[in-house]
Ligand binder design. Structure first.
Ligand code: NAP
Length: 261
């Protein structure tokens, strides 16, 4: 299937590793110009060089924290100055730590809101008016909310707000040729998931491989997902071909969530 991504300009946030990195690589492989960010300049530069080498695409990269509105605004301005337009924005950030309600402090809540919700607001605020000018755009958020994940209090709570935001923006911007969709990753093998397995292992006394085996038993596909499987769905939603998919929350989880819709 021709996705029609050649020459499109895509911003992908939080990209030095994991899901974001796979998404940026997939979009570049499909011919898009990509602009990426993460906090650690060295790993970000290595990621940009890797994507450039494997896809032949020029990759703009800027080290920044997605919770810093001024930095996000300057980045989006730099991307537009370099590539002339912005067509696609994939928001993403690291996940907040797992903890019980009892042990979660007010500042943990604030920091998770900044990380997950406000970072999405910042990118949406800066990219949507630019997409409106061109009467074409794709905003894609990433959030697992169809079913809470045990132990991920902050993530379960605040990602629901991201989904509410995405669904509302889908209504408000559809008339301008912009779609807004939300992708919900299941258990996907990344550093974040390795860290979660270690935390659960430390508190439960099970070995990390037993934690992974438990997750795999929950998934009808019987295995964890790969970042590339997640990225393929994002690339489709970003494409010309997904023009009538709007306001959707799509699980990429091997059948983990049992809901009908
Ligand atoms: P990951 O492997 O930990 O990668 C996170 C990436 O985000 C890194 O490149 C990190 O680079 C960057 N980052 C983190 N905080 C940032 C910030 N404040 N500003 C800019 N960049 C930042 O995580 P992942 O597995 O790809 O997950 C990505 C998101 O999906 C997370 O929110 C995670 O909770 C969620 N998720 C993951 C899974 C899964 O199974 N993997 C499932 C459901 C949801 P720097 O540290 O250099 O900034």
């Amino acid at each position: 299937m021709e996705l029609g991504l050649t020459g499109r300009v895509a911003i992908v946030a939080a990209v030095s590793k994991g899901l974001g990195r796979a998404v940026a690589e997939e979009l570049a492989r499909e011919g898009a110009h990509v602009a990426i960010c993460a906090r650690t300049a060295t790993t970000l530069a290595e990621t940009a060089a890797h994507i450039q080498k494997t896809t032949g695409c020029e990759v703009l990269h800027q080290a920044l924290d997605v919770t810093d509105f001024t930095a996000v605004a300057a980045f989006v301005t730099a991307v537009e100055a370099r590539f002339g337009r912005i067509d696609i924005c994939v928001t993403n950030a690291g996940g907040p730590p797992s903890n019980s309600f009892e042990n979660t402090k007010p500042e943990d809540w604030r920091s998770a809101v900044d990380q997950l919700l406000m970072s999405t607001v910042f990118f949406a605020k800066e990219t949507l008016p630019r997409m409106q000018k061109n009467k074409w755009g794709r905003l894609i958020t990433s959030s697992a909310v169809k079913q809470p994940v045990d132990g991920l209090l902050l993530s379960n709570s605040i990602r629901s707000a991201v989904t509410g935001l995405a669904r509302t923006l889908a209504n408000e911007y559809a008339a301008d040729g912009i779609t807004v969709n939300n992708v919900c990753p299941g258990y996907t093998r990344t550093a974040r998931l390795d860290g979660l397995a270690s935390t659960i292992s430390a508190s439960s006394g099970s070995k990390p491989e037993e934690v992974f085996a438990h997750w795999e038993r929950e998934i009808p596909a019987g295995r964890l997902g790969t970042p590339r499987e997640f990225a393929a769905v994002v690339a489709f939603l970003a494409s010309e071909r997904a023009s009538y998919v709007n306001g959707a929350s799509i699980a990429v989880d091997g059948g983990l969530v049992r809901s009908l819709l």
